[in-house]
Design a protein around this ligand. Structure first.
Ligand code: UD1
Length: 365
């Protein structure tokens, strides 16, 4: 069984790593890895392959950045040629980035079986590009592998037939458990003179948060207040960095002496920072899940989440873009007033095996 596995952007890499390892270990599976090149900077792409022992991609489409639609169109055009040449039995896509949706469309048009890993997540907010990617991918997929039962229920509600859906658990948590011992050795705290539980980790890159000057400035006014109470470390995504420069916010940041700007970090340094932090403030999807597993308080700077289980069971709260609410939550966390949270079922480090079992069973049946 020849399986063509697709990655494109940073959050895909930690999801494909355990899947590739499990596929290589299976006698009847011939895995091929394709990188669309959506993310291409060394620190957004290649370093994750090295750190997570992901085999070098067999194929790289070298797409790069563009508008949403053009990026999707370029991927589709090149991926169509790959499918004609490689003739895979199955295409496996992960997550919800543009590469995920673009390759799903080609799979469906080419009549190749499509498996979506991390299916069923819904923010119900179509202004997010990822929500469009999730909806399109899930409607096309032949097999939908979900991280939790609430995601399976979303799919059933949308009329997807139950025999296509398997709850396999959270694949990213396989990677987290596997690499936590190695990340414990990272020297990132020493590099910045940070002490365990005495700093906040911040990440922010969503277009809705960083693309408008007034909104971004409002956030930095609030971060300025926070960094007077406790150091804040901020590994900055390239999109955010560009906007900070374009809006002239770099001058303001230079006056914030407890606010540490870092480049985007590799997986091991980042997990070390997360696991030792007092609190994480983020607009990422995956970080909401990782903090829930590590039982670290998390404030999400979005109006909604496609991962509501991290709020209902885990350590996550939603602050939206309301900076007063964020400041209230920060004070609660600094005063130790936070829910303890539970780890959802099947977020146990054994998802990759369930993925393989589901594919082998599903495709032979
Ligand atoms: C993408 C995903 C998002 C994910 C995020 C993680 C989509 C729609 N969005 O958003 O879900 O959370 O990745 O990082 O697929 N850039 C670089 N170097 C790179 C890649 C990008 O400088 O290696 C810059 C470019 O200016 C580019 C911008 O970042 O225009 C945005 O990149 P893009 O891939 O369009 O989306 P992300 O914001 O990274």
């Amino acid at each position: 069984m020849k399986i063509l596995n697709i990655v494109g952007a940073r959050p895909n890499f930690m999801k494909i790593a355990p899947v590739m390892a499990a596929m290589y270990a299976h006698a009847d599976i011939e895995p091929v890895l394709l990188h669309t090149g959506q993310h291409y900077d060394e620190n957004m792409s290649e370093q994750f392959f090295r750190e997570l022992n992901i085999p070098y991609p067999d194929i790289n489409l070298g797409i790069g950045s563009d508008s949403q639609a053009k990026q999707v169109a370029k991927i589709m055009e090149k991926f169509d040629d790959v499918c004609n040449k490689e003739k895979p039995d199955i295409i496996l896509v992960v997550g919800d980035v543009n590469s995920t949706m673009a390759c799903s469309l080609v799979a469906a048009k080419s009549g190749i079986k499509l498996v979506h890993l991390e299916a069923g997540l819904r923010s119900n907010d179509r202004s997010m590009p990822e929500e469009i990617n999730r909806l399109v991918t899930d409607v096309l997929a032949d097999m939908l592998l979900t991280p939790s039962e609430d995601a399976s229920r979303n799919l059933l509600r949308e009329g997807i037939s139950p025999e296509k859906i398997v709850c396999v658990g959270n694949i990213m948590i396989d990677t987290l458990y596997h690499f936590l011992p190695l990340s414990a050795k990272s020297k990132i705290l020493e590099k910045h003179g940070l002490k365990e539980k005495e700093y906040i980790l911040l990440t922010m890159h969503r277009p809705s948060n960083v693309d408008q000057k007034e909104q971004l400035e409002r956030y930095f006014d609030a971060f300025n207040i926070i960094q007077k109470k406790i150091p804040v470390i901020f590994p900055v995504h390239p999109r955010t960095m560009k906007n900070i420069d374009a809006f002239g916010l770099d001058r303001k940041i230079r006056t914030m002496h407890n606010f540490i700007i870092e480049n985007t970090l590799g997986y091991l340094d980042f997990q070390k920072l997360t696991s030792c932090s007092r609190l994480v403030i983020t607009d990422s999807g995956g970080i909401q899940e990782e903090t829930t597993v590590m039982k670290i308080p998390c404030i999400t700077l979005r109006e909604n989440t496609e991962r509501p289980i991290t709020v209902s069971m885990g350590t996550n709260v939603i602050a939206g873009s309301d900076t007063d609410k964020m400041l209230e939550y920060v004070d609660a966390a600094l005063n130790g007033k936070w829910k303890s949270g539970k780890v959802p079922e099947k977020w146990d480090g054994r998802t990759a095996q369930r993925v393989i079992d589901a594919i082998v069973k599903g495709m032979s049946g």
